[in-house]
Structures are given as structure tokens and as C-alpha cells.
Ligand binder design. Structure first.
Ligand code: HEM
Length: 454
């Protein structure tokens, strides 16, 4: 392509060591602190070398729009997502290209529309009620517990019941454990820089491989049973009956298996993380908690939430939006440049890794009145409408936007409505909690909660 009006060099950035570049700094500081310090020191576009690769850190809405939307065809998930594909297979999240990603996305899109997922509302309310019943039994006396683990349990239950009508964590202890072992491994290796490749038979690698074989066989078993005995009305059945209108093509069993696995990976930790942080913030902001309680009282008055109620839970939605602003579970995401390009006047050579950094955009003082504070009024409609579109993108943007975003927001609203009508959650950690990246953005220590019945 023609490249005109280029600035002389790459944007400024940290220098790093010969050959390794910034890799050792990232591994020493951790991804969250490292990239934050780069943004603070070098500004909204920074350049560094990670081994032989150019890396560009992007924060400005225009640059995010350029990479994720306008010139999205030039920014793909190739080398950057190889590890994920090697472990999880060819599900939607880590794949690329017309035959894999585009075909799959087209087949799956109708399943995940607001209309497609309506039927899962009841599963979500039931799971929320089971959770509150359990909390009444186990924690009503003020016994402390790990809040994120409790949220992971409920989101895993929801995604597995929606996927195939089975609560993996309840009924299939072995499968539940295998799935958790595998997903933990994936989260750790996806965000680690040095790791022992899976083919080296360390005890952990052997366990992970066995877990993967177990899960693959388990999912395949369910798919084959469906083929023999007929489809139900769960996510898996919707995916099994998805047909490309032009070509008549449907998914193979292997493709279905990979999509099921990737949905577990993409769809349960992210939502659990949103809920954990939301309650962490609410415990520190009693006035916002009070507003939530008032909204729940006026819209629901103590009854079970239904799908129809959700559009009236506007403040609940603002709380989720604000939590996702400060604690985007996907706090950074990566693409590989296919051809040379120009971003903000700088050359981006072919093969560069482009880092899209919502953690910075979402705290940028140009777009947020109180960048570092939990302030749900950032999402009052009249305030939000004034903001550039790509100043906020917790679900990504463009063609690769999160396919499960409606599912996640519906699940979040239903669980918040169910939990907060029954309990107030109090956080026992007395100091500010740090952040680390393990696949998704996580607290650096367990968030310990107690509950008070309302
Ligand atoms: C609060 C919860 C969630 C957040 C913040 C979130 C965030 C994201 C983000 C940022 C991406 C784009 C990544 C990129 O561009 O590299 C993504 C993709 C994806 N998400 Fe989510 N997600 C959430 C929940 C879910 C749920 C519940 C599901 C499934 C039921 C899901 C399934 C997926 C899939 C399959 C993709 C890949 C889409 C594609 O590449 O075409 N996510 N998510």
C-alpha cells in the first residue's frame, strides 16, 4: 500500500534487553502493571520489541476503530492466538479466515441474538435462586467465603445447563474437575510468556492432556447421543441445527465439540469476574447500593425477575457497564498485522503485534469525568451519548465483537436482581486489592465476602 506523511520513527516506548526486548520486564512486572506503566509513561501509542516482534500499544478510540473495525481485515488472530488454538481447538474465539472463523460466525450468530437466548432466562433465575438458597444455608451466620469462586460456580452452572441441560459442577464431578483443570491451564498459559510446551510430559502436562481427552470424549458423547435420540432446546441443539442458508452446510461433530469448549472458556470466567468486581465496588459505595435496592424494589418488589423486567433495570445495567469499564475482564487483546499499515501517522510493519488496550481507553481522562473512580453516572444516557463510540469496548468491537455479550448482560442482570433482593454482600479485605492477568483480569488475592440477609 502507499504510505504517505509518515512520522520519522516508531512511537516512543520501553527499550528492553537485546534479543528478548521487553519480555523479561513483562514477566517480572506482570502484564497488568507492565502495560499500565507503558501507557502512563509513553502515552496513547507506544512501541516496544517483544523478542523479534514489534508491539504497538493502542489506546485512542480512533486507533481502536481503525484496527478492530475499519481495517479489521489487516489485523488477524494468527501467531498471537496459536497457543490457544493448540489447546482448545478451532472454536470461534482463536480462529481466523473464511473457512473457519467467518463460516462459523455466520452459523452461530443467530443462536446468540437477544431473541435466540430468551429461553435461557429461566435457567439463569433458577441458578440465582439456588445460589441464594445455598447462601442462606451456609453463610447466613456470617461465615466468610471466596466471592469469585462462588460466582464461578454459578456461571459454570448456567453455561453448562444452557449448553446441554446438565449442571457439570453438580452431576459430573469428574468432568467438572477436568474442565476446571483444563480452563485454568489455558488461562495461565495464554497469558504467560515462558511455559513448558504441552508435549513435554511434566506431571501437570500429563494431567492437562488427560483432562482434555476426558472433556473431548464427554462432549462428543453428548453430541452423538443427540444425533441418535434427537435434539433438545439447549445451546448445543441450536448449534447442531444451524445451517448456512446459501450452502446448506452444517457443523461437523469436531467443530461442534470445539465450539462447546470455547464457549465454556469464553463465557463463564468473564461473567463471574464482572459480578465479583461489581459487588466489590458496591460494598464500597453504599449510596450506589441503595439506588440498586430502590430500583429492584420498584421494578420487581421482591418477585423473581423475568425477561420482560430486564429493560426496566436501567441502574443495574449502569452498574454493570461501570464495572466493565474499570475491570474489563479482557483488559488487553492482540492482533497480528498482515500487511504494513499506518496508525496515527506511524508505520506498523507487517507481522507486528497490535495490542488493543481497553484498560487504558476506559480510564482516559479525555473521555471519563472521574477516570479512576467507580462512578455509574458515567453511563447516564446523556453522558454516554457524548462519548466517542470506541472510548468504551468491554466486549471488543467490529466483526470479532463478543458473540456472547447479550447472554452475559442478561445473566448479569438476572443474577444481580436475584442476589441483591436476598442479600447485601460485605467485603472483608480491608486494603485495596491488586490486579493480575490470568487469562482474564483477576484480583491478586481472594476477595473474601460475608452476606447479610435483607
Ligand atoms: C462479561 C462477560 C464477557 C466479556 C467482558 C467478554 C468479552 C469478550 C471480548 C472482549 C471478546 C473479543 C476478544 C477479541 O477481540 O480478541 C470476546 C469474544 C468472544 N466471546 Fe465474550 N465476553 C463475555 C462473555 C461471553 C459469554 C457469556 C460468551 C458465550 C456464551 C462469550 C463468548 C465469546 C466468543 C465465542 C468470542 C469470540 C467471538 C469471535 O471471535 O467471533 N463471551 N468476548
Amino acid at each position: 500500500m502507499m504510505i504517505e506523511h509518515l512520522k520519522a520513527q516508531f512511537p516512543a516506548g520501553p527499550k528492553g534487553m537485546p534479543i528478548l526486548g521487553v519480555v523479561s520486564k513483562i514477566s517480572k512486572q506482570g502484564m497488568v502493571d507492565f502495560y499500565y506503566s507503558v501507557w502512563k509513561e509513553y502515552g496513547d501509542i507506544a512501541h516496544m520489541m517483544a523478542g523479534p516482534l514489534h508491539q504497538f500499544l493502542l489506546v485512542r478510540p480512533d486507533d481502536i476503530h481503525h484496527v478492530m473495525v475499519k481495517n479489521a481485515d489487516n489485523y488477524m488472530k494468527l501467531t498471537s492466538h496459536a497457543k490457544l488454538r493448540a489447546i482448545l481447538g478451532n472454536g470461534l474465539l482463536p480462529t481466523e479466515g473464511d473457512t473457519l472463523w467467518r463460516r462459523q460466525r455466520k452459523l452461530m450468530q443467530p443462536t446468540y441474538t437477544p431473541n435466540g437466548i430468551r429461553q435461557f432466562a429461566d435457567i439463569m433465575v433458577d441458578a440465582g435462586e439456588q445460589l441464594t438458597a445455598k447462601w442462606h444455608q451456609k453463610y447466613a451466620d456470617g461465615k466468610p467465603f471466596d466471592l469469585n469462586l462462588a460466582m464461578l460456580e454459578v456461571t459454570m452452572s448456567i453455561i453448562s445447563r444452557s449448553m446441554f441441560g446438565i449442571d457439570i459442577s453438580d452431576d459430573f464431578a469428574e468432568t467438572g474437575h477436568a474442565l476446571i483443570e483444563l480452563l485454568e491451564y489455558v488461562s495461565n498459559t495464554a497469558s504467560s510468556i515462558f511455559d513448558v510446551p504441552l508435549f513435554v510430559p511434566t506431571p501437570r502436562n500429563v494431567r492437562v492432556k488427560q483432562a482434555k481427552e476426558h472433556i473431548d470424549a464427554y462432549i462428543m458423547g453428548i453430541i452423538q447421543t443427540r444425533r441418535k435420540e434427537g435434539l433438545g432446546n439447549d445451546l448445543l441443539s441450536m448449534l447442531m441445527s444451524a445451517k448456512d442458508e446459501e450452502t446448506g452446510e452444517m457443523m461437523t461433530d469436531e467443530q461442534l465439540r470445539d465450539e462447546v469448549l470455547i464457549t465454556f472458556f469464553a463465557g463463564h470466567e468473564t461473567t463471574a469476574s464482572m459480578l465479583t468486581w461489581l459487588y466489590y465496588f458496591l460494598a464500597q459505595h453504599p449510596a450506589d447500593e441503595q439506588k440498586l435496592h430502590e430500583e429492584l424494589a420498584s421494578v420487581l418488589g421482591g418477585k423473581r425477575p423475568t425477561l420482560e423486567d430486564l429493560s426496566s433495570l436501567k441502574y443495574t445495567r449502569m452498574l454493570m457497564d461501570e464495572t466493565l469499564r474499570l475491570r474489563s475482564p479482557v483488559f488487553i487483546t492482540v492482533r497480528d498485522a498482515i500487511e504494513d499499515d499506518v496508525i496515527a501517522g506511524y508505520t506498523v510493519p507487517k507481522g507486528s503485534m497490535v495490542l488493543i488496550y481497553p484498560f487504558g481507553t476506559h480510564r482516559h481522562p479525555d473521555y471519563w469525568e472521574r477516570p479512576d473512580e467507580f462512578y455509574p453516572d458515567h453511563f447516564l444516557p446523556e453522558v454516554a451519548n457524548e462519548r466517542p463510540r470506541y472510548a468504551y469496548y468491554p466486549f471488543g468491537a467490529g466483526p470479532r465483537i463478543c458473540i456472547g455479550n447479550h447472554f452475559a448482560l442478561m445473566e448479569g442482570a438476572i443474577l444481580i436482581a436475584t442476589i441483591s433482593q436476598a442479600f447485601r454482600i460485605r467485603i472483608q479485605n480491608t486494603h485495596e486489592i491488586g490486579l493480575k492477568s490470568v487469562g482474564v483480569l483477576k484480583p491478586s488475592e481472594p476477595i473474601i465476602a460475608t452476606v447479610e440477609a435483607r
